[in-house]
Design a protein around this ligand. Structure first.
Ligand SMILES: Cc1cc2nc3c(=O)[nH]c(=O)nc-3n(C[C@H](O)[C@H](O)[C@H](O)COP(=O)(O)OP(=O)(O)OC[C@H]3O[C@@H](n4cnc5c(N)ncnc54)[C@H](O)[C@@H]3O)c2cc1C
Length: 404
């Protein structure tokens, strides 16, 4: 049996681990555009500014491929997949035949059509090489603009501020992390950024770049000009689908998969950012560019590829991070609509903000800022009734009396 894995991100890596649990004889080949041992791209902002050393990026150590007896083609790109011949073709012309194929090629940043990444000082940050390229430029940087106030944009802003750079975040929507936070939570996040010297423009759109001799000088919004010697775009990602466009694989916004992470072609699976898999919130198949979803989907794909049987339970969007000491966590549905009610149990004046989203007493989502201790416990209660008005062992009514 030959298992071919495209991509060595968390989805590909967890698939390899699952395959090896069931099959220690089959041949596993991994092809990856990136020439690395498996690493955490979540830490690339800290790596960019030197807060994290290179060796600490490699979350599986330095001998992952040897340990799991995996043949590698690192620094190689899959150009074409030929499902009729059960074969892929690499950029150097090599043809690799497979019995089972996993496509786990992840996503890449969206770049507006008017942005030229050849201009000195203009970047996106998605992988290790990006962070190294930005790192080489940092000694010349005093002012940075980050376009996009999502999770990745905020992580970059924190890292650059800690490095001593003046940072401005520009967000087109009326709040930061609009997909994960409500206005109150977003405002608390904004306050901590501002307190740490970061300027935040909401409801503001960057319309062009200011350049001189192919070097960045700043950005133009509809209202004003903002000078900068570094501009980072972080306005979302899209799946790396180039290699599947001319195949009979079923596509929507990503590669459509069933509950076994299997595509419409029986011996081809997909997992991670590229796969459009079942979502517990919408009940539909959605893209979900999140590390834990990639791990879980890779595990399901690997198990099924190696002859086991495991179904993907469906994604629940979940984000958790720390920003200048402020803990932020949200999961599930965070909008009060279609019969979903919201219940605030701690207000910002208490130093923390905690809001639940409930439907017929079942917990569908939450936003916690500050004190997030109970959130882990509550994640496991998603879709279940909360016990008689309690969060963990704290009666909701007491919490309200204390903090209202
Ligand atoms: C700065 C940053 C911060 C983040 N923070 C968080 C966070 O806090 N929480 C969270 O849940 N998620 C976070 N994410 C997102 C998370 O990292 C991704 O969702 C996750 O890495 C997706 O895993 P994947 O295996 O699907 O793809 P990836 O990790 O993108 O790996 C895909 C692999 O496929 C390879 N590849 C692509 N095309 C080809 C090709 N044609 N041929 C061969 N190889 C190819 C790539 O080189 C890459 O190695 C963050 C991402 C970044 C960049």
């Amino acid at each position: 049996m030959v298992y071919l894995i495209i991509g060595n991100g968390p989805a590909g890596i967890s698939a390899i681990e699952s395959i090896r649990q069931l099959d220690d004889q089959g041949k596993i080949i991994v092809v990856s555009k990136e020439n690395n041992q498996p690493y955490s791209r979540i830490m690339t902002p800290e790596y960019m500014t030197g807060e994290v050393e290179e060796e600490n990026l490699f979350f599986k150590g330095n001998d992952f491929y040897a340990h799991y007896n995996v043949e590698t083609r690192l620094g190689k790109i899959v150009k074409d997949i030929l499902p009729e011949q059960s074969m892929v073709i690499l950029n150097d012309g090599e043809k690799i035949a497979y019995d089972k194929l996993l496509i786990a090629s992840g996503s890449r940043p969206v770049i507006p059509s008017w942005v030229n990444l050849d201009i000195k000082g203009v970047f996106t940050l998605w992988d290790k090489v990006d962070s190294e390229r930005i790192k080489h430029h940092l000694s010349e940087v005093k002012k940075a603009v980050i376009v996009g106030g999502g999770l990745v944009g905020l992580q970059m802003a924190r890292a650059l501020t800690a490095y001593g750079i003046n940072v401005t975040i520009i967000e087109k929507m009326n709040r930061l992390m609009p997909l994960q936070l409500d206005e109150t939570a977003s405002d608390m996040v904004k306050q901590i950024l501002v307190k740490n010297g970061i300027r935040v423009f909401l409801d503001t759109e960057v319309v062009s770049l200011e350049t001189e001799n192919q070097e960045i000088r700043g950005v133009k919004t509809k209202e004003t000009d903002i000078p900068a010697d570094l501009v980072l775009f972080s306005i979302g990602v899209r799946p790396n689908l180039d290699m599947v466009h001319d195949t009979s694989l079923e596509l929507d916004r990503g590669l459509l998969v069933n509950e076994y992470q299997q595509t419409n072609l029986v011996n081809i699976y997909a997992a991670g950012d590229i796969s459009q898999a079942f979502c517990q919130i919408t009940g539909e198949r959605s893209l979900r560019a999140l590390w834990p979803c990639a791990i879980q989907q890779g595990k399901v794909a690997g198990t099924n590829m190696a002859g086991g049987e495991e179904r993907y339970q469906g994604s629940i969007p979940m984000n958790s991070f720390q920003l200048f000491g402020l803990s932020v966590l949200s999961f599930g549905q965070i909008e009060a609509k279609d019969g979903v009610e919201e219940r605030i149990i701690r207000y910002p004046a208490s130093g923390s903000y905690q809001k639940l989203f409930l439907k017929e007493d079942k917990l569908l989502g939450l936003i916690f800022i500050g004190d997030i201790q109970q959130a882990g416990l509550l994640f496991h209660k998603h879709g279940k009734p909360l016990q008689e008005g309690y969060i963990g062992n704290i009666p909701l009514v007491d919490v309200e009396n204390v903090y209202l």
